[in-house]
Design a protein around this ligand. Structure first.
Ligand SMILES: Cc1cc2nc3c(=O)[nH]c(=O)nc-3n(C[C@H](O)[C@H](O)[C@H](O)COP(=O)(O)O)c2cc1C
Length: 185
Protein backbone atom coordinates (compact mmCIF):
# COMPACT_ATOMS: atom_id res chain seq x y z
CA UNK A 1 0.00 0.00 0.00
CA UNK A 2 3.02 2.33 0.05
CA UNK A 3 4.20 4.32 -2.92
CA UNK A 4 7.57 2.53 -3.13
CA UNK A 5 6.01 -0.91 -2.92
CA UNK A 6 8.24 -3.76 -4.08
CA UNK A 7 5.18 -6.00 -4.27
CA UNK A 8 3.79 -3.78 -7.02
CA UNK A 9 7.14 -3.88 -8.87
CA UNK A 10 7.22 -7.68 -8.68
CA UNK A 11 3.64 -7.87 -9.93
CA UNK A 12 4.46 -5.64 -12.91
CA UNK A 13 7.39 -7.89 -13.79
CA UNK A 14 5.19 -10.94 -13.44
CA UNK A 15 2.55 -9.47 -15.76
CA UNK A 16 5.23 -8.69 -18.37
CA UNK A 17 6.43 -12.29 -18.17
CA UNK A 18 2.84 -13.54 -18.46
CA UNK A 19 2.31 -11.35 -21.53
CA UNK A 20 5.36 -12.98 -23.11
CA UNK A 21 3.60 -16.31 -22.55
CA UNK A 22 0.63 -15.03 -24.54
CA UNK A 23 -1.58 -13.77 -21.70
CA UNK A 24 -3.58 -10.58 -21.91
CA UNK A 25 -3.01 -8.93 -18.55
CA UNK A 26 -4.63 -6.17 -16.52
CA UNK A 27 -3.32 -4.87 -13.21
CA UNK A 28 -5.67 -3.73 -10.46
CA UNK A 29 -3.63 -1.47 -8.19
CA UNK A 30 -5.43 -1.33 -4.86
CA UNK A 31 -3.37 1.73 -3.90
CA UNK A 32 -5.03 3.87 -6.51
CA UNK A 33 -8.67 2.75 -6.58
CA UNK A 34 -11.23 3.98 -4.10
CA UNK A 35 -12.77 0.69 -3.08
CA UNK A 36 -14.87 1.32 0.02
CA UNK A 37 -14.98 -1.13 2.90
CA UNK A 38 -17.22 -3.97 1.79
CA UNK A 39 -20.70 -3.67 3.27
CA UNK A 40 -23.24 -6.34 2.29
CA UNK A 41 -26.13 -3.90 2.80
CA UNK A 42 -24.83 -1.35 0.35
CA UNK A 43 -27.16 -1.60 -2.64
CA UNK A 44 -25.69 0.85 -5.14
CA UNK A 45 -22.25 -0.14 -6.35
CA UNK A 46 -19.73 2.67 -6.82
CA UNK A 47 -18.20 3.29 -10.27
CA UNK A 48 -14.90 1.82 -9.06
CA UNK A 49 -16.70 -1.25 -7.81
CA UNK A 50 -18.51 -1.76 -11.12
CA UNK A 51 -15.33 -1.47 -13.13
CA UNK A 52 -13.41 -3.82 -10.80
CA UNK A 53 -16.19 -6.41 -10.96
CA UNK A 54 -16.14 -6.24 -14.77
CA UNK A 55 -12.38 -6.90 -14.73
CA UNK A 56 -12.77 -9.77 -12.27
CA UNK A 57 -15.43 -11.35 -14.49
CA UNK A 58 -13.19 -10.85 -17.55
CA UNK A 59 -10.15 -12.55 -16.02
CA UNK A 60 -9.55 -16.28 -16.52
CA UNK A 61 -6.69 -16.38 -14.01
CA UNK A 62 -5.36 -14.18 -11.22
CA UNK A 63 -2.18 -13.45 -9.38
CA UNK A 64 -2.76 -11.96 -5.94
CA UNK A 65 0.19 -9.87 -4.77
CA UNK A 66 0.46 -8.47 -1.26
CA UNK A 67 3.05 -7.49 1.31
CA UNK A 68 3.18 -9.50 4.52
CA UNK A 69 1.16 -7.51 7.06
CA UNK A 70 1.14 -9.32 10.44
CA UNK A 71 1.65 -12.69 8.75
CA UNK A 72 -1.41 -12.09 6.59
CA UNK A 73 -2.52 -10.23 3.46
CA UNK A 74 -3.05 -6.46 3.49
CA UNK A 75 -6.47 -5.26 4.61
CA UNK A 76 -6.99 -3.82 1.12
CA UNK A 77 -6.51 -7.26 -0.43
CA UNK A 78 -8.95 -8.89 1.99
CA UNK A 79 -11.45 -6.11 1.35
CA UNK A 80 -11.11 -6.62 -2.43
CA UNK A 81 -11.66 -10.36 -2.02
CA UNK A 82 -14.70 -9.83 0.22
CA UNK A 83 -16.51 -8.29 -2.77
CA UNK A 84 -16.19 -11.44 -4.88
CA UNK A 85 -17.11 -15.09 -4.71
CA UNK A 86 -18.90 -16.65 -7.72
CA UNK A 87 -16.73 -14.68 -10.16
CA UNK A 88 -13.72 -16.50 -8.73
CA UNK A 89 -15.08 -20.05 -9.03
CA UNK A 90 -13.25 -22.37 -11.39
CA UNK A 91 -10.44 -19.86 -11.97
CA UNK A 92 -6.79 -20.35 -11.08
CA UNK A 93 -4.75 -18.21 -8.68
CA UNK A 94 -1.04 -17.56 -8.23
CA UNK A 95 0.49 -15.68 -5.29
CA UNK A 96 3.26 -13.13 -4.80
CA UNK A 97 4.32 -11.91 -1.37
CA UNK A 98 6.90 -9.42 -0.16
CA UNK A 99 7.94 -10.46 3.33
CA UNK A 100 10.84 -10.30 5.75
CA UNK A 101 10.11 -13.96 6.40
CA UNK A 102 8.87 -16.48 3.82
CA UNK A 103 5.35 -15.19 3.37
CA UNK A 104 3.94 -18.69 3.80
CA UNK A 105 1.17 -17.81 6.26
CA UNK A 106 0.24 -14.86 4.03
CA UNK A 107 -0.13 -17.03 0.96
CA UNK A 108 -1.92 -19.75 2.96
CA UNK A 109 -4.55 -17.26 4.05
CA UNK A 110 -5.14 -16.11 0.46
CA UNK A 111 -5.36 -19.78 -0.54
CA UNK A 112 -8.05 -20.29 2.10
CA UNK A 113 -10.12 -17.41 0.71
CA UNK A 114 -9.73 -18.74 -2.83
CA UNK A 115 -10.70 -22.26 -1.78
CA UNK A 116 -13.84 -20.92 -0.05
CA UNK A 117 -14.79 -19.38 -3.39
CA UNK A 118 -14.12 -22.65 -5.30
CA UNK A 119 -11.02 -21.29 -7.04
CA UNK A 120 -7.90 -23.32 -7.79
CA UNK A 121 -4.52 -22.37 -6.36
CA UNK A 122 -1.12 -22.89 -7.91
CA UNK A 123 0.84 -25.33 -5.73
CA UNK A 124 3.55 -22.73 -5.09
CA UNK A 125 3.91 -18.97 -4.84
CA UNK A 126 6.75 -16.46 -5.14
CA UNK A 127 7.96 -14.76 -1.96
CA UNK A 128 10.86 -12.35 -1.72
CA UNK A 129 12.42 -9.85 0.65
CA UNK A 130 12.13 -6.44 -0.95
CA UNK A 131 15.07 -5.02 1.04
CA UNK A 132 17.56 -7.55 -0.37
CA UNK A 133 16.02 -8.65 -3.64
CA UNK A 134 15.41 -5.19 -5.14
CA UNK A 135 17.91 -2.37 -5.54
CA UNK A 136 17.24 1.06 -4.05
CA UNK A 137 16.26 2.16 -7.54
CA UNK A 138 13.63 -0.59 -7.76
CA UNK A 139 15.41 -3.12 -10.01
CA UNK A 140 15.03 -6.81 -9.24
CA UNK A 141 18.52 -8.03 -8.41
CA UNK A 142 17.90 -11.63 -7.33
CA UNK A 143 18.02 -13.98 -10.35
CA UNK A 144 16.34 -16.75 -8.35
CA UNK A 145 13.26 -14.58 -7.72
CA UNK A 146 13.22 -13.61 -11.40
CA UNK A 147 13.39 -17.27 -12.42
CA UNK A 148 10.49 -18.13 -10.10
CA UNK A 149 8.36 -15.25 -11.39
CA UNK A 150 8.98 -16.44 -14.95
CA UNK A 151 8.17 -20.03 -13.98
CA UNK A 152 4.91 -19.02 -12.33
CA UNK A 153 3.98 -16.86 -15.32
CA UNK A 154 4.51 -19.84 -17.61
CA UNK A 155 2.68 -22.27 -15.33
CA UNK A 156 -0.25 -19.96 -14.63
CA UNK A 157 -0.83 -19.46 -18.36
CA UNK A 158 -0.53 -23.18 -19.19
CA UNK A 159 -2.52 -24.58 -16.25
CA UNK A 160 -4.93 -21.65 -16.35
CA UNK A 161 -5.80 -22.40 -19.96
CA UNK A 162 -6.47 -26.06 -19.14
CA UNK A 163 -8.42 -25.52 -15.92
CA UNK A 164 -10.47 -22.58 -17.14
CA UNK A 165 -11.13 -24.38 -20.43
CA UNK A 166 -12.51 -27.42 -18.62
CA UNK A 167 -14.67 -25.28 -16.35
CA UNK A 168 -16.18 -23.46 -19.34
CA UNK A 169 -16.77 -26.81 -21.06
CA UNK A 170 -18.47 -28.18 -17.93
CA UNK A 171 -20.58 -25.03 -17.58
CA UNK A 172 -21.89 -25.43 -21.12
CA UNK A 173 -22.07 -29.23 -21.12
CA UNK A 174 -24.93 -31.55 -20.13
CA UNK A 175 -23.21 -33.28 -17.17
CA UNK A 176 -25.10 -32.46 -13.95
CA UNK A 177 -22.68 -33.88 -11.41
CA UNK A 178 -19.81 -31.39 -11.73
CA UNK A 179 -19.00 -28.46 -9.49
CA UNK A 180 -19.23 -26.18 -12.52
CA UNK A 181 -22.88 -27.20 -12.96
CA UNK A 182 -23.68 -25.27 -9.76
CA UNK A 183 -22.69 -22.06 -11.54
CA UNK A 184 -24.97 -22.48 -14.57
CA UNK A 185 -27.08 -19.36 -15.05
C1 LIG B 1 1.38 -3.19 9.22
C2 LIG B 1 2.60 -3.98 8.81
C3 LIG B 1 2.76 -5.25 9.30
C4 LIG B 1 3.87 -6.02 8.94
N1 LIG B 1 3.99 -7.28 9.42
C5 LIG B 1 5.01 -8.05 9.00
C6 LIG B 1 5.12 -9.41 9.44
O1 LIG B 1 4.32 -9.89 10.22
N2 LIG B 1 6.15 -10.14 8.96
C7 LIG B 1 7.05 -9.64 8.06
O2 LIG B 1 7.94 -10.36 7.63
N3 LIG B 1 6.98 -8.35 7.65
C8 LIG B 1 5.98 -7.56 8.09
N4 LIG B 1 5.90 -6.27 7.67
C9 LIG B 1 6.91 -5.76 6.75
C10 LIG B 1 6.43 -5.84 5.31
O3 LIG B 1 6.03 -7.15 4.97
C11 LIG B 1 7.55 -5.44 4.40
O4 LIG B 1 7.88 -4.10 4.67
C12 LIG B 1 7.14 -5.65 2.95
O5 LIG B 1 8.18 -6.28 2.29
C13 LIG B 1 6.79 -4.37 2.29
O6 LIG B 1 6.31 -4.65 0.99
P1 LIG B 1 6.16 -3.46 -0.03
O7 LIG B 1 7.53 -3.10 -0.51
O8 LIG B 1 5.30 -4.00 -1.13
O9 LIG B 1 5.51 -2.32 0.69
C14 LIG B 1 4.85 -5.48 8.05
C15 LIG B 1 4.66 -4.17 7.57
C16 LIG B 1 3.57 -3.43 7.94
C17 LIG B 1 3.40 -2.04 7.38
Amino acid sequence: MRQQSKTALALRLFLDFAAKQGAEARMLDLRSVELPMYRPDQETPSEAQKSITADVEWADAFVLATPDYHGSMSGAMKNFLDYHWEELAGKIFGYICSSHEKGLTVMDQMRTVVRQCYGWSMPYGVAFDGRADFSAGGALQNPRVEQRLKMMARDLVVYGTLIRGQFIEDLAGPEANTFAATYRG
